[in-house]
Design a protein around this ligand. Structure first.
Ligand code: GLN
Ligand code: ZN
Length: 755
């Protein structure tokens, strides 16, 4: 008999119902009871999807009104001081989003995904205590619908590992306070039924150098697994292998182990050990992070490989991770090309895949609809393997034959030529690219897309906006100008739409944090650039000013990291194709008279692998591809890049190797602390550390910016510094941007006079 398992299901709703309900409640338009009603309907619908598909292990407590880490903090009573005078939903949402008196808790990326969790704040003096209401209610809700769920919880070691201490110090020092609450939790869970599976997520185990974590595994799971005979514990990891932890877990009385065999292929090294234990293996073999239809035959082969070592009876077939990271259902993709659509599989479709794979693997007889599904799956995979939409030999040949990776001229020579031609002063002022995306600009773009606005009118609207941007920047005294990016809805989508090989979904929303969702485009085929993508806009802008207009592109690694990427080619090859397309764009821009070109790599750091062993390889191709993209630039063309980070300590050499002439970075919130690394390593190229934080509506004063510039000058010489905001200004309002930039220019003036 086959058995199958889903690690977790998305919750925002197939029509983003939860997002809408939350935002309506937050804006005061509806009561909280409406949110609760929608949440109840969504949970029921999601459980039923899984039940109808024939899933054996369906999760409860994978739902959340905002975030599971936040839920866990609440469950453990880990409420930061500033929220303790609140309770209930007021407290919950204030922790998530802040309110007029309280700053929100910090939010950060969940491992190497684009999901963001709330970072719990712990302190040695805090008193913690169990509040299991949400978890218990959710279990009961499902049970009333006739669905017996496994209960998902975030494990104590991952919870501690991802939290921060407000009183400084190691979060693991709180182990002794937190573990008893988990024991109490399991005691309560044990009273719910006489046979309950609890999935304890411990993705922290997939990281390197976890000596402290590893030493706590045994005490933790010995305790937890012994709380009650009613409970079967499955410890689950994903996104990478967790071989070090597996070794220890096998010697604890837990029941099962959930491992990711797609992103953690090295988990195979543990199979021998697992086979010698009594553990059940939940084998994550259906991709929970990508949108491609599973290749059923290949997946069954992978399972056969696993079961050559571990007894088939001890294997349960599962998703590689929670399906939270993929969109809901293909049902609403009405406009998508049918051939493309036939290659895809979202969360709901993946349920059928998991079930089908588990049946074939177990040798169950298939129903006629399952036979059909299998046949369709073969067809889809065959069509994808051969489709001319995907395979373009011209692109492949050109990309393979690329030999020029280095730019012309060494930086030391380039920068002299550039400074001669461009003639900018020390502490030159610029911005990162975008200016406020006003409701009018958005509307114009939207109407044009829908065909409700003529091309002429659309272009006029954009050009008017560009004119205004230029007038403001000239008036304000900024030295290197930008056109403001009004034509771009998103820095990846804009390029994706103009590249061959890129697909777009109508409803492929994935939760990024809270109520916020993103709709990543997907790369299905060989990438090429049929036409210039930015040249008309930038040359128009340059024609309207005597100052230097900076061309603006998104870099290959960021385009890749913010898209779903084809799984039939290695990422580094896909990235190289994008780089080659961008290198043509850069050449066209400089031929058209553009003297500075910025290639944004906002997501460069996001793509870093979780395991050190893989970092070298990532760096090798990501740096190569940035360099290929700018390899066409002449010596005199100045290449800028921008990254939305400040933590460069580990990767400063890699950044330097990208060989951009100028890099702008996000430092406003860290003073000059994080800049020191640039000095320490003798970083050569020019640097534009953000002098004010664009994430806040606050207008920085002249004095404040002067102080910030002086701090920067303590670390780097004026010849090496540019002055700019932290990031693009598109999320801000003009009323905020105008005075802020005026103050920035004024501050530079004062500092220059003083020098
Ligand atoms: N050029 C882009 C902008 O200004 C960069 C955005 C980013 O780094 N996230 O909006
Ligand atoms: Zn940025």
């Amino acid at each position: 008999m086959s058995k199958n398992y889903i690690v977790g299901f998305p919750r925002i709703g197939e029509q983003r119902e939860l997002k809408k309900a939350l935002e309506s409640f937050w804006s005061g338009k509806t009561e909280f009871s409406e949110v609760e009603k929608v949440a109840g309907e969504l949970k029921a619908r999601h459980w039923n999807y899984q039940k109808d598909a024939g899933v054996d292990f369906i999760a409860s407590n994978d739902f959340s009104l905002y975030d599971n880490m936040l839920d866990t903090a609440i469950m453990l009573g880990a409420i930061p001081k500033r929220f303790r005078d609140l309770d209930g939903k007021e407290q919950y949402f204030a922790m998530a989003r802040g309110d007029k008196d309280r700053v929100a808790m910090e939010m950060t990326k969940w491992f190497n995904t684009n999901y963001h969790y709330i970072v719990p704040e712990l302190s040695l003096t805090d008193v913690y205590g169990l509040n299991a209401t949400k978890l218990i209610n959710e279990y009961k809700e499902a049970k009333e619908l006739g669905i017996k769920t496994k209960i998902n919880i975030i494990g104590p070691l991952t919870f501690l590992g991802l939290s921060k201490r407000v009183d400084r110090g190691d979060t693991y020092e709180l182990f002794g306070k937190i573990l008893p609450i988990y024991e109490e939790l399991l005691t309560q869970i044990a009273q719910l039924d006489d046979d309950i599976t609890v999935q304890i997520d411990e993705p922290i185990f997939v990281k390197d150098n976890q000596t402290a974590t590893l030493s706590l595994i045994k005490p933790t799971y010995e305790k937890l697994a012994n709380v009650s005979e009613n409970i079967k514990i499955v410890v689950t990891t994903y996104f990478e292998h967790s071989n070090e932890a597996t070794k220890v877990l096998l010697h604890t009385p837990s029941w099962g182990l959930g491992l990711d065999f797609l992103y953690g292929e090295d988990n195979k090294e543990s199979l021998e050990l697992i086979s010698n234990s009594d553990k059940v293996l939940i084998a994550g073999v259906v991709d929970g992070r990508n949108i491609w239809k599973n290749n059923i035959q290949n997946t069954v082969n992978l399972l056969e490989e696993i079961s050559a070592v571990v007894s088939k009876d001890n294997i349960i077939v599962g998703s590689s991770c929670s399906l939270l990271h993929v969109p809901f259902t293909l049902k609403y993709e009405e406009k998508m090309d049918s051939e493309l659509k036939n290659w895809l599989s979202y969360a709901v479709e993946k349920l059928d895949e998991v079930v089908l794979v588990s049946k074939i693997f177990a040798g169950d007889t298939l129903s006629s609809s399952e036979e059909q599904l299998l046949a369709d799956n073969k067809d889809a995979n065959n069509s994808r393997a051969t489709s001319s939409k995907i395979h373009n030999s011209d692109v492949q040949n050109r990309v393979e034959s690329i030999e020029k990776i280095e730019r012309d001229g060494a930086f030391e020579d380039r920068i002299k030529t550039q400074r001669d031609i461009l003639g900018y002063e020390d502490l030159a002022t610029t911005t990162i690219g975008s200016f406020p995306q006003t409701p009018e600009v958005r509307k114009s773009r939207r109407d044009f897309k829908k065909g409700e606005l003529s091309k002429e009118q659309y272009e006029k609207d954009m050009k008017d906006y560009i004119d205004d941007c230029i007038a403001f920047q000239e008036d304000c005294g900024i030295e290197v100008l930008v056109h403001g990016e009004p034509e771009r809805n998103d820095m990846v989508e804009y390029f994706g739409e103009q590249l061959d090989g890129y697909g777009f979904s109508q409803n492929g929303w994935v939760q990024s944090y809270g109520s916020r969702c993103v709709k990543p485009p997907f790369i299905y085929g060989d990438i090429s650039r049929p036409n210039p993508m930015t040249v008309d806009w930038i040359t128009y802008a340059q024609s309207k000013t005597d100052r230097i207009m900076k061309g603006m592109l998104t870099g290959p690694v960021t385009i890749l990291n913010w898209s779903f990427v084809r799984d039939d080619k290695p990422r580094d090859e896909v990235s190289k194709q994008i780089a080659v397309a961008l290198s043509d764009e850069i050449n066209d821009l400089q031929e058209a008279g553009i003297k500075i070109i910025q290639v944004d790599e906002a997501a460069f750091k996001e793509g870093y692998p979780l395991r050190e062993a893989k970092i070298k390889y990532y760096e090798s191709w990501s740096v190569r591809d940035f360099k290929i993209a700018v390899s066409t630039s002449w010596e005199k063309t100045q290449i800028h890049t921008h990254m939305c980070y400040s933590e460069f300590n580990d990767i400063i050499r890699t950044i330097e190797a990208m060989d951009a002439d100028v890099i702008s970075i996000e430092t406003a919130r860290s003073g000059n602390e994080l800049l020191k690394i640039f000095k320490e390593v003798g970083y050569k190229q020019e640097v534009g550390p953000g002098v004010y934080d664009i994430h806040s509506p606050r207008i920085p004063s002249v004095e404040e910016i002067v102080t910030q510039i002086k701090h920067l000058l303590e670390v780097l010489p004026k010849e090496q510094l540019w002055i700019n905001p932290d990031c693009g200004l598109k999320t801000r309002k003009w009323e905020e941007v105008k005075p802020s930039l005026k103050n920035m220019v004024e501050a530079v003036k004062l500092v220059r006079e003083e020098m």
